[in-house]
Design a protein around this ligand. Structure first.
Ligand code: PLP
Length: 572
């Protein structure tokens, strides 16, 4: 890598620790895990994000499951240092000052990586501009665009002001795509001719510097802004015809802008790479499958276990391949300890007493339609019969404040839970966050995932479960297409993507398959063949956690995306 030069990782959200509420879900957690692994591996990286002072939100759930949102108040000064640096950006023709905070991601290996949090809540700014960096994914389109100006344009200016020399810009999702416009102005060539003076836009120079990771096939995940909003909020950092050429003729599409101005583009799992190539024809889209930060997502009981039998695992997750050296009883003991700890927490929070002897399913992620949290309740009679006294289910997850179908989903689960009372205990825990995630992925027996194909680009919570010896029971979408070996690492729900294309599969058989497998395969194994069950637990560690960790992921980003100078990485 070029001496003293760094990779700049731009992200709208980042989940570093539960106390810093600047994340909403998987995208932010991935950003945090990325930077933690980069720090452990000693990579020359800096991260740039927004200091959302009101966080995402705290979720309260009423008796009927109605979600009430409260702003989060937190004090950045407890975790990070405010730096004196200031830059300005132009928003609606006004000058807006941008300040910065520095957070250090310290690694147990002794290295560290800075995360720069941009902040417009400064006294010099007008009251309305001070709120630009307050709410994560709040407000209207204009508000989002303002945040994207601060992140993309303000971020690049801030790095320069901080004296960071940047070799590549990694755009984690399209939110930071405006940084390409700032770079466009840096690499502009002035061509002077005797009779004319014109600007030449050096797109190639910008492209060489940019890496773009797209994260979702869901339409709402791709920001599109009408050009009248763009004209009034952003103005013309580059002439409109140039912007339209790269960002779309009809509206400014941040994904398109990033696609057109990045030399390396990737999806976040092999299947997602295929889906993205279909969505964005004509672009060369690679894939680098996501991973999770092993140390962060392994609960204390399994940390102790690995420390004893697989020392060095945290910075070398490849050692999970030796999981067979861990005695079965030790795995089971660590698991039951994690399960009882989780059940204690649930009892404290909700008053619901669960049994550590009953097979317990976990489902926790953002409450949004395509994830189909209610698929389990498709046939209530069957569920009550199959699960009577032998099944418990734990749910958690926030719905985006404007996602009405997502909010309905939570209410529906509450109502189904009441209908199943006395047969199958179902609890929904309020205010899902990183801490609760860590507790749940370790404390349940089986991690359930039922997205509508092919909408789950990767999914990462199942990888966290694997790190704690919890097998997955999931639709074959995202990472599970790569991680699944039937009956070995866990179980599938519904057909393989290859079959599904052949028959035009629309997901209708998923519930049937779910009940069938639960009744005939999973419950008998859990209750009647403990050694067989522990074998699957160990395979989740040795074959899933071994691979689906962010250390492996970052090594791929380095070799395929950061270090290659030519157009095509070597991953396909
Ligand atoms: C890991 C994690 C997610 C992502 O879950 P998916 O199953 O990948 O959607 C979301 N929220 C939190 C708090 C997490 O820790």
């Amino acid at each position: 890598m070029i001496q003293n030069m760094k990779i700049a990782y731009f992200t709208m959200e980042i989940g570093l620790k539960p106390e810093i509420p600047t994340y909403s879900g998987g995208l932010g957690i991935l950003a945090g895990d990325t930077i933690k692994s980069a720090s452990d591996l000693g990579l020359p990286i800096v991260a740039v994000t927004i200091l959302t002072r009101k966080g995402y939100f705290t979720q309260e759930l009423l008796d009927d499951g109605t979600q009430v949102e409260h702003p989060v108040e937190w004090d950045p000064a407890l975790f990070m240092e405010r730096l004196p640096n200031r830059v300005t950006v132009t928003v609606e023709g006004r000058e807006v000052h941008v300040g910065v905070w520095r957070y250090e991601v310290l690694s147990m290996t002794g290295s560290s990586v800075p995360v720069y949090f941009l902040d417009t809540d400064l006294e010099v700014n007008r009251p309305e501009d001070r709120t630009i960096t307050h709410h994560l994914y709040g407000g209207d389109q204009a508000y989002r665009l303002k945040q994207e100006i601060v992140l993309g344009i303000g971020g690049v200016r801030m790095l320069r002001d901080l004296g960071e020399r940047i070799y590549k810009y990694h755009l984690n999702e399209g939110h930071s795509a405006l940084l390409t416009l700032e770079l466009m102005n840096w690499y502009r060539l002035d061509v002077r001719e005797t009779w004319d003076e014109k600007l030449v836009w050096n797109e190639e120079a910008v492209r060489e510097r940019c890496i773009f990771t797209t994260h979702t096939p869901v339409e709402a995940g791709h920001d599109k802004l009408p050009y009248d909003t763009v004209a009034s909020v952003l103005g013309e950092p580059v002439p409109m015809d140039i912007l339209r050429k790269w960002g779309g003729q009809d509206h400014l599409n941040m994904t398109l802008l990033a696609l057109n101005l990045s030399n390396y583009v990737n999806g976040v799992a092999k299947r997602h790479g295929e889906v993205s190539r279909e969505m964005f024809r004509g672009y060369h889209i690679h894939s680098i499958t996501n991973g999770v930060h092993s140390y962060t997502w392994t609960c204390e009981h399994f940390q102790d276990l690995y420390n004893r039998y697989l020392p060095g695992w945290a910075n070398e997750p490849e050692l999970f391949v030796r999981v067979d050296t861990v005695p079965d009883e030790a795995v089971w003991k660590a698991h039951q300890a994690a399960k009882e700890k989780m059940m204690g927490r649930i009892r404290e929070k909700t008053g619901v007493a669960l049994s550590p002897e009953i097979l317990t399913l976990g489902f926790a992620r953002r409450a949004t339609s395509y994830k189909r949290a209610d698929l389990l309740f498709s046939d209530m009679e069957r569920l009550a019969r199959v699960g009577d006294g032998r099944l418990q289910v734990i749910y958690a997850g926030k719905a985006h404040p404007r996602d009405e179908p997502g909010k309905d989903l939570i209410r529906r689960i509450f109502s189904r839970a009441r209908d199943l009372a006395g047969k199958v205990t179902v609890v929904y825990l309020p205010d899902y966050n990183m801490e609760m995630a860590c507790c749940l992925v370790a404390g349940v027996d089986l991690w359930l995932n039922t997205p509508l194909r092919p909408m789950e680009a990767s999914g990462t919570s199942g990888m966290k479960a694997s790190h704690n010896g919890v097998p997955n029971f999931s639709v074959l979408d995202g990472w599970w297409v790569e991680g699944h070996i039937e009956g070995v690492t866990g179980w599938s729900i519904g057909p393989h993507p290859e079959e599904e294309r052949a028959v035009g599969y629309n997901g209708t058989g998923d519930a049937e398959d779910l009940y069938g497998k639960l009744e005939k395969v999973i419950m008998p194994l859990y209750y009647e063949d403990r050694a067989g069950w522990i074998r699957v637990m160990k395979n989740a560690i040795g074959k899933n956690a071994y691979y689906f960790n962010s250390h492996r992921m970052m090594r791929r980003y380095v070799t395929f995306a950061y270090m290659t100078t030519h157009e095509h990485g070597q991953d396909e």
